[in-house]
Structures are given as structure tokens and as C-alpha cells.
Design a protein. Structure first.
Length: 347
């Protein structure tokens, strides 16, 4: 009985051991097979190289030059223009009577009256001196000569004072009515809703400009001379023009973001104050981060992967390509350590 039990235990242990070895072998094989399959990708994808999306922003159409005219204090005598009228440089826009100058003119007229009376008085004194001289005996005439000379000098001085007073009056009269003229060719805006009753005039050049801003994050993507597309909100009119300048001094700040103004000339199809859409094309080439493997790209040439040492710079989740590939060329999107140079790529 004991011998049979011992034999049974030995057989059972052997069977269990064999079974364990079998299970271990299968498990190991499955792991090795799974690992091998995990290292092999189903295939490589391609990506067509393209430029970065256009920068989009909004803007306004304004006059290239705007000037608010200085209207002198006084009473409006005449206005010669209407709101929105086109004028030429030097055209008289309105005339204002300077009420303060009128008071000075009245005072000057009083001065002229006094000067005229002084002239008349000096002339009478000279006439009297001459009559006295003519009627005097020869011995008395010697003493009267000095009186005649003094009277003649008084007449001369009085006439000079009277002439100065008259010249001053003319000068004041020329300042009585002040003409406000157009400083350049353009369109005049007239605002009659003012407190002093004198119209407010603003000159605008007929030349129109785009006024827009670019954020601090895109500032280096916009340059003077770059092409820019300007269009109305509904798409018409539409014009491609060039950026004239970009200011280095910011214009505004919104929620912590700084914006810098830039401008471009637009044609007469646009309206003053019109809201427009602005697009600035970007020429830099961008590729996804997954396309760059150890600093290299795999260009697809004749259906085969060709490794190139491209000049790339990290930019967010992408890379900017400075050299090595061109627009519309294809590259491998997901290269890895298994991709061989010259390997056929099935797109």
C-alpha cells in the first residue's frame, strides 16, 4: 500500500511539472511574439509641406492725413463749404470777424481823430506864425523866424503821427476778418454742433490708408513691404497692397496683450471709416513635430524615404523649416528607428 502511494505521488508530480513547463513555454512565446509585433508599425504616413496659415486681423480705412483746423475766436461772417466737400489747397473755407479786433479798431479811430485834430492845430499855429511874421517890422522878424521853424516842425510831427495812426488802423482792419484756408487738397468735414457757435473743420486727404494692429506674439511675422490683402466684410472691394510701416510704439493693450499699429495704402474703392478684414500671407514652412526625427527629415523622393539634414527650429507644437525641403514636397510624417534610408513608402 505504501509503495503504490509513493509511485502515484511521483507520477502526479511529474505530470504537474510537465504541465507547468508547457504553460511557461507558451506564455514566453506569446510575450516574445507580442513584443516583436509591437516593434513593427503597420506603415509610414506622408505629409505635404505647406506654408503657415495667413495671419488674420481686422482694421479700419482712414485718411492718410487728418488735420483739425484752428478756428479763431470771433463771430462767423461766412462759411463757404459743406460737410464732405472736396477742396483745394488755399481755398477759403470760412471767414470769422474778430470781435476783440473790432474794439481795437474803434480805439484806433479815436486815435486818428486826435491825430487829425493835432494836425489841424499845428497847421493853424503855423499859419498864425507866418501871418505875424509877415506883419512884423524888419527888426521883429528876426525873432519870429524861430517861431515859424518850430511851428513847421510841429506840423511835420503831427502829420507823421497821423500817418502812423492810419497805418495802424489798416493793420488792425486786415486782422478784423480772418480767413481759414485749406492747408492741402482733400475733403473737409464740417461739425456745426459746437458750444461757441463756430463750425469745427477737419481736413482729410483724399489718399486712404489701412489702419490695423498686430499683437506682440505675431509682431516678428509682419514686415514693411510684406504683401497684405484688404477686403470689406462682405468681400468687396478687395485689394492686395504692401505694408508701409509698422510702429515700434504700441497703440493699445488688451487683457495683457500689447498691439502695434501698421498701415498700408488702399484705393478709392474703400470708404472712410470702413471696417475691413486683413490677411498677411506667411512664407515660412511648418511641419509637425512628429516629422522630425533626431533633427532630420525624411523626404519622399520617387516613393522612397531619403534622410536629409534639414535646418529646423522648434515653434510651439511644430517646426519651422528654413532649408532642406520646399513647399508641396512630401516628407514622412512618422519616422522612427526602423525607417531605413531608401525604404519604399506606400502613401
Amino acid at each position: 500500500m505504501k509503495r503504490r502511494t509513493k509511485v502515484t505521488l511521483i507520477v502526479t508530480s511529474s505530470v504537474v511539472a510537465i504541465a507547468l513547463l508547457a504553460v511557461t513555454g507558451v506564455t514566453t512565446y506569446q510575450k516574445m511574439t507580442h513584443k516583436s509585433e509591437a516593434t513593427v508599425k503597420a506603415g509610414y504616413q506622408t505629409y505635404t509641406v505647406a506654408t503657415s496659415p495667413d495671419l488674420s486681423m481686422s482694421g479700419k480705412v482712414i485718411a492718410s492725413k487728418t488735420q483739425t483746423l484752428n478756428i479763431p475766436t470771433g463771430k462767423l461772417q461766412q462759411i463757404n463749404v459743406n460737410n464732405g466737400q472736396t477742396v483745394k489747397n488755399g481755398d477759403i473755407l470760412l471767414t470769422v470777424t474778430n470781435t476783440d479786433m473790432q474794439e481795437a479798431i474803434d480805439n484806433q479811430n479815436d486815435m486818428i481823430s486826435k491825430s487829425n485834430r493835432a494836425v489841424n492845430g499845428a497847421a493853424s499855429a503855423l499859419k498864425s506864425a507866418q501871418q505875424s511874421y509877415n506883419q512884423a517890422d524888419p527888426e521883429s522878424k528876426v525873432g519870429l523866424k524861430d517861431g515859424i521853424a518850430q511851428a513847421q516842425q510841429a506840423v511835420t510831427d503831427a502829420n507823421a503821427d497821423a500817418q502812423d495812426a492810419q497805418n495802424k488802423l489798416v493793420e488792425l482792419q486786415n486782422k478784423l476778418n480772418v480767413n481759414v484756408t485749406a492747408p492741402f487738397d482733400g475733403i473737409v468735414s464740417v461739425d456745426n454742433n459746437t458750444k461757441d457757435g463756430l463750425p469745427a473743420l477737419t481736413m482729410n486727404t483724399t489718399e486712404k490708408m489701412l489702419q490695423a494692429t498686430v499683437s506682440e506674439y505675431d509682431y516678428n511675422k509682419v514686415h514693411s513691404g510684406d504683401k497684405v490683402t484688404v477686403s470689406a466684410i462682405d468681400g468687396t472691394p478687395n485689394q492686395t497692397t504692401a505694408i508701409d510701416k509698422i510702429d515700434q510704439i504700441p497703440a493699445e493693450q488688451s487683457k495683457g496683450t500689447t498691439y502695434y499699429p501698421f498701415s498700408a495704402h488702399v484705393n478709392d474703392s474703400f470708404l472712410y471709416g470702413q471696417s475691413v478684414k486683413v490677411k498677411v500671407p506667411q512664407n515660412d514652412l511648418k511641419v509637425p513635430s512628429s516629422a522630425v526625427y533626431k533633427g532630420s527629415l525624411y523626404k519622399v523622393i520617387d516613393g522612397k524615404a531619403s534622410r536629409i539634414n534639414a535646418d529646423v527650429t522648434k515653434s510651439g507644437t511644430s517646426y519651422i523649416v528654413k532649408s532642406g525641403v520646399a513647399k508641396d514636397e512630401k516628407i514622412v510624417l512618422n519616422p522612427d528607428s526602423h525607417l531605413k534610408n531608401g525604404e519604399k513608402i506606400n502613401d
